[in-house]
Design a protein around this ligand. Structure first.
Ligand SMILES: [Zn+2]
Length: 156
C-alpha cells in the first residue's frame, strides 16, 4: 500500500474493521512520513488464494467452507442462519488478515474456533475430518477439554 502523501511503499495497519457489506476499512500509517490515511477495500475485488498442503494454490471458495461446516452440523441444532454467520465470520477474518494467500490450516483454525463456540459435536466432527491439517498435539489440546467435559457430565 503506497502512502498518498510521500509515495512511500510501506505502511502499517493501525485499525481494521469489516463492515456488514463486506468492505474493509483500514486505518494506515506511513512508515516514512507517519501520516495517517484510511483505505476501503471491497472484498470481492481482492481475490484470495488458498495454499494447499501440497503447495498448490486454489481460489478461495466460501462454498467449500460452507459445505464442510454443513456436514459437521448435520442433524445438530444449528440453523442455516448460524451457519451463514459462521461462514461470514471466517471469511471476514481471512480478509482482515490482509494476506493475498492463506494456508488451508489457517482456514481450518478459524472454523475450529467458531464451531467450538457453536456446537461441540459439530466441532469434533469437523476436527476429525480436517485433522490432517493440524499437528497432532494441537489437536489433542483442542479436544481434551471437550472430552473431559463429557466425562463429568454424561448428559452433554
Ligand atoms: Zn508517507
Amino acid at each position: 500500500m503506497q502512502c498518498p502523501f510521500c509515495k512511500h511503499d510501506e505502511t502499517k495497519v493501525i485499525d481494521s474493521r469489516t463492515s456488514q457489506d463486506f468492505s474493509i476499512r483500514r486505518r494506515r500509517e506511513c512508515l516514512s512520513c507517519e501520516r495517517r490515511f484510511t483505505t476501503y477495500e471491497r472484498i470481492e475485488e481482492s481475490p484470495i488464494r488458498v495454499i494447499k498442503k501440497d503447495g498448490t494454490r486454489v481460489p478461495f471458495d466460501r462454498d467449500k467452507i460452507r459445505s464442510g461446516i454443513e456436514k459437521a452440523c448435520y442433524k445438530r441444532p444449528v440453523s442455516p442462519e448460524q451457519i451463514d454467520r459462521l461462514v461470514g465470520a471466517v471469511e471476514a477474518a481471512i480478509y482482515e488478515d490482509g494476506e493475498r494467500e492463506v494456508p488451508t490450516r489457517r482456514i481450518g483454525e478459524l472454523v475450529f474456533n467458531a464451531l467450538r463456540d457453536l456446537d461441540k459435536v459439530a466441532f469434533v466432527r469437523f476436527a476429525s475430518v480436517y485433522r490432517e491439517f493440524q499437528d497432532v498435539h494441537d489437536f489433542v489440546e483442542e479436544l481434551q477439554p471437550i472430552l473431559d467435559g463429557r466425562r463429568r457430565d454424561p448428559r452433554s
